[in-house]
Design a binder for this molecule. Structure first.
Ligand SMILES: Nc1ncnc2c1ncn2[C@@H]1O[C@H](COP(=O)(O)OP(=O)(O)OP(=O)(O)O)[C@@H](O)[C@H]1O
Ligand SMILES: [Mg+2]
Length: 287
């Protein structure tokens, strides 16, 4: 059974897709069978970053499955990275019209919220993966909520800018509402700095503020800090990652690897704690 991780942030352009691609690639390079679901269907940026644009006439993606039915296996694609696969988004249909997953899910009513969870959990091929990362849209609507309902964990990238910092509260409170109302097993894996310019004092101060916020609200803040680097901008066109174009000693490369290892350790720690508390509860029930 895979561990399913939603990458969410209410703010646009803060590194959801870039971190999805880099964490998923790092996991795949460590030997874990890893799947990306491109659930930001109107942009399809994870798809472009791994396999290029889908030829909408021939290659179907998740939008087709949501609109017409079918299984995720029908659209599962290999990437050039061994162990890394993607459920792509085709963005437009064969006539070139944009899909609106949001309205399709909304029309389904309550089933729209659980559709992604069902598509994942009913699929044996997907159950064979060790990790699933879901790249989300910069909105906290039905698409993101359905991703959180399907997930075991969520992570939130934050840029060191006032707008990004200012939106964290809304992102976290939405996820915690989903946990409370719809998915009690959902855990906040943590927040991480997805882009920071450490030559600027304000960035360093903002990281300290972020640390204080996380401490106060009980949300884990990862130690790894992804540096701002112009190299990230043109990686998608060649379906490359920072791991392809820099040495392991370069900061972006090093920090994305470190972040992935931190995430793995934190998942193991959370799962150990949860197993221990289940044991105590069972013992209590026996008494
Ligand atoms: N550490 C970084 N340094 C510099 N540029 C970065 C960094 N991380 C991401 N970027 C760039 O910032 C832009 C936005 O990143 P990305 O698309 O990953 O954000 P997003 O949250 O997925 O956006 P959206 O909300 O539109 O889906 C991209 O051009 C990307 O290449
Ligand atoms: Mg994105």
């Amino acid at each position: 059974m895979p561990r399913i991780i939603s990458v969410i942030a209410q703010k646009g352009g803060v590194g959801k897709t870039t971190s999805t691609i880099h964490i998923a690639t790092a996991l795949a390079n460590m030997g874990f069978k890893t799947l990306i679901i491109d659930w930001d269907t109107s942009q399809g940026n994870s798809t472009y970053s791994t396999i290029g644009h889908l030829d909408s006439k021939n290659q179907k993606g998740i939008c087709h499955i949501i609109a017409n039915g079918g299984t995720l296996s029908e659209v599962l694609c290999k990437t050039k990275t061994p162990n890394l696969f993607i459920i792509p988004s085709e963005v437009t249909d064969s006539r070139g019209n944009a899909y609106s997953i949001e309205s399709t899910l909304t029309q389904l009513g309550i089933e729209g919220y659980t559709l992604l969870k069902e598509l994942i959990s009913e699929n044996d091929e997907i159950q064979d993966f060790q990790f699933v990362l879901i790249d989300n849209t910069p909105k906290l609507g039905i698409e993101t909520v359905s991703s959180l309902i399907a997930s075991d964990y969520f992570i939130t990238p934050v840029q060191m800018t006032d707008f990004s910092l200012g939106s964290i509260g809304q992102t976290i409170s939405t996820a915690l509402k989903v946990k409370k109302g719809h998915n009690k097993d959902l855990e906040a894996l943590g927040i991480f700095v997805s882009s920071s310019d450490n030559r600027i004092n304000k960035s360093k101060e903002a990281i300290v503020e972020l640390g204080e916020y996380c401490k106060k609200s009980g949300i884990h803040l990862f130690d790894s800090i992804i540096p701002i680097a112009s190299k990230f901008a043109f990686l998608p066109r060649g379906q490359q990652t920072i791991f392809d174009v820099t040495k392991p000693s370069e900061r972006g490369h090093k920090e994305y690897l470190k972040l992935t290892k931190e995430m793995l350790s934190r998942m193991i720690a959370l799962e150990k704690a949860s197993a221990a508390s289940a044991k105590v509860t069972t013992k209590g029930a026996e008494v």
